[in-house]
Design a protein around this ligand. Structure first.
Ligand SMILES: Cc1ncc(COP(=O)(O)O)c(C=O)c1O
Length: 135
């Protein structure tokens, strides 16, 4: 998924249209390394998204889940810098999962969080949160 760039070349947000399955299918069709792959039949195995970039760009994960649930097998939100989001209402649905949040019906959702970045002293500790709709 291609992000925007400003006139200094600095990477900005990924436009909504990039998350649409038809846009992903078009990239599969156009990729010479995937010649012979039927873009209409194949399903991507994983989407990995930096959820909070160093510039603080956050995505509405409910919107992304609703677009890609069942099309991409695994939805991975790299929340290295965002482990605190579930603990404050300010972040709303701009983080992958929380106690009162809906779940995907088909795709497995992952949030990887570097709690060592939030809680200095837990040396090098990170965790992987997984929501598997089959469990
Ligand atoms: C966006 C992002 N993802 C992943 C990592 C690596 O995470 P960890 O230190 O938990 O291995 C970093 C580390 O700085 C990061 O900034």
């Amino acid at each position: 998924m291609r992000p925007t760039r400003n006139h200094w070349g600095i990477i900005g947000p990924i436009p909504h249209s990039e998350f649409e399955p038809e846009s992903i299918r078009a990239k599969i069709r156009a990729n010479p390394l995937l010649a012979g792959v039927d873009a209409d039949a194949v399903k991507p195995r994983v989407m990995t998204l930096t959820q909070s970039t160093y510039d603080g760009v956050l995505y509405n994960t409910e919107e992304i889940k609703s677009l890609l649930d069942g099309y991409v097998d695994n939805l991975h939100f790299d929340e290295a810098w965002l482990p605190h989001a579930a603990f404050h209402p300010f972040y709303g649905t701009y983080h992958a999962m929380g106690r009162k949040r809906g779940r995907t019906k088909h795709s497995v959702t992952y949030a990887t969080q570097s709690i060592h970045k939030l809680l200095a002293g837990i040396s090098q500790a990170s965790h992987v949160l997984v929501q598997d709709p089959r469990m």
